[in-house]
Design a protein around this ligand. Sequence first.
Ligand code: DPP
Ligand code: ZN
Length: 877
Amino acid sequence: PRPIYLRDYRPPNFLIKSVNLDFKLDAAATKVRSRLKVRHNPKSQVHNAPLILDGENLKLDAVILDGNTLTRSQYRLTKTSLTIPETPIKPFTLEIHTTIDPSQNKSLQGLYRSRGVFCTQCEAQGFRRITYFLDRPDVLSTYTVRLEADPKEAPVLLSNGNRLERGTSDRGERHYAVWHDPHPKPCYLFALVAGDLSSIAADFKTASGSDVGLTIYVEHGKEERAAWAMDSLKRSMRWDEKRFGREYDLEVFNIVAVSDFNMGAMENKGLNIFNDRLVLASPETATDTTFEAIESVVAHEYFHNWTGNRITCRDWFQLCLKEGLTVYRDQEFSADERSRVVQRISDVRQLKAHQFPEDSGPLAHPVRPESYIEINNFYTATVYEKGAEIVRMIATILGAEAFRSGMDLYFERHDGEAATIEQFLECFAEVSGRDLSQFALWYSQSGTPHVECRTSYDKRARTYSLTLKQTTPQTPGQQQKNPMHIPLRIGLLGPDGHDLPLTTDAGDALQDDIIHLRQPSQTITFTDVPARPIPSVLREFSAPVHLEVELSEKDLAFLLANDSDAFNRWQAANTYAMRTMVAMVEALSRGKRSSRGTGFAKALSAALVDDNLDWAFRAELMRLPSQSDVATEIGQNVDHTFIYRAHRQLTRLIARRLEDQLAAIHDTLKESGPFSPDAANAGKRAARNAALQLLASLGSKTAINRTADQYFNASNMTEAAHALNLLAASNSPQRRTALDHFYQRWHEDHVVIDTWFVAQAQSPRNNALDVVRALTRHERFDITAPNKVRALIGNFALMNPVQFNRPDGKGYEFLVEQILAIDRFNPQIAARLLNAMRSWRALEPKRRKLARNALTKITKHPDPSRDVHEIVLRILD
Ligand code: DPP
Ligand code: ZN
């Protein structure tokens, strides 16, 4: 397969004004009739171009042009296209009849069935599996859709937009519904759902007074579990009106939960389709993490209505235009609904756990890539998370007001269009009068910039200087890097812990508390500095960079105790813990044992008694960097056995030193009263769980009993699942009892039972691989269900570093075996699992060799998918 290049973009030769779709739904043979109003694109650069429609896995029954059925010689058919060489000069009507087989579709792209429900997934290129079409985001059409099905099998019939009519046909044997979406949209936003579903409904009045009917469709019996999603939806709609002035624009908004789904959810116009694990939640069945995830994904998909749907992408290279921006919007929503700093910590943790390793490995790519082989491989942490960071930096550089004006201009100017990053940036340049040309490098230059900060204090002159150097490492395809425009929010702490005023003659390199780093190296000198300050750099994590500042452990403890920027208080704790663990790994690799750790434990202990800090924040302080974070930090010759041991060493040291304090936290925060998913209560549960996690590392009888007690007496899933994970990781007798108990209670619930698979997949016990392998044959496991694959195989490969990276390489072999099996029917999920191998070059030599051998096996496979093929090539390159 050949790569597709951004520079080759050309406007479409044809436009499709309207689409009429008629579906006769049938499990094995669904008939699709499509009637298109087509015309030549006046902006096309090609004359007399043939009409080339995309299509895959379709059975073509008829092609009718302006009422005349075309003969076999009047069109050309390949495995991926339908070409009509001769078309009228004037607008014409093209009718295409196809037959598809949803029941055999396990790729979960196009039209398929999930637990008996017909549903669709068209982003990025699934629509071409439904009918022949111009499957590209810059072809926008209005859709009218007629669905017809067996009323017993599919009483609910949904598509985009508003419903025009419904009725029965064939003397009640069939029924139908007609939907119309007045907003022109690209075909990736098309959706239909037909099935036997239950629902909950609510009303919403928009700011300007329009009524919207909100409905969430779920499996029968699960209605109560949809309440939180509905609540989240209403809050999202209100927030977008207030914060961005964006109102909803149809009579109804529907969400459908389905079980088998490649992604988290999909923003189809007026008909969002969700992975059911991101809709269903009740205190007994879902953790606070799930409640939070539901809130943010419901918001994310809803926010796409403006950033993605009303304004879509010109081509798939602009994916970050909708995704980065919409992630930024959902992060801001969660920050407003919950604790801003805790939200920021959690977003930065995510970024560092997923995007930083991606950006420093073989899969590094610009936020706006310049070429791809398979677009599905570019739904990445870089496009989403780093894309969101770029938007955040624009807001930081411009300030809230100008940022909002820029967004307003963007909505006004590009509504109804398929836009580009350049057009987006131009709006902010225009409203602010700023030159954003250097800033635009964030979209094109891959790799995480490294910022080094050196300080010097001149006591006599009372000046303090920061010298900042930036470098961006080489990444695949990019040897030369240019200096970026990096906004660094800073503060200087005086000896009393308060911020000093920032006075300098740096000109526009410092605006308020933001240093605009634009040169490879820049020195900022502050004047009137009475004593040597402690620098607090990159407050709020104002730019997605690696920062290196000279700070002693004493400085870190000081920042943790005093920084007025709460994010940097957490960052100080995190850096301190990371340094300690890295030192422990180094000692272990020399056959020694580091004696460090008490300093961190003390600093942590002091912070935990600070009642000005809310519990969610204190929970974040107790959560140490993960083993994978440590591996990323070390970056070369990684030995996961040492990392596992170092991690345990620090965890136990903290638990021993702070045992009483942690036990007190665990005791006093015990749930009282009814469950509430709000931030304050979730924060208490998080702190309680974090304390328990530290304690459980001791493995003592007391600690295990405490954990088992939490499991067996839990009044909610947040407590139960956490304790289950800890027990599953232990060698205690309660381990089996708890796992069996959980299984008995939940085995019939296909969503909740995933927690049971996860607990076993993540257990660092030595037999983890055997257990996981056996579970792939378990009756509740289903390799064609992405949630099951992610719960068991994904978690083993990504969240169990010590067992996945076994010294004998069996973990890699297992993963490759599973990937090849899955690739036969679902390439998207198979390619996604390969992410677990992307840092193989950073491994110590023995594991590196074994990992390479396993990967090479895929290259020897006769017929890998384009998805897997591309990732393996890039990983091994
Ligand atoms: N469903 C994915 C998302 O919302 C792709 N659009 O991010
Ligand atoms: Zn999205």
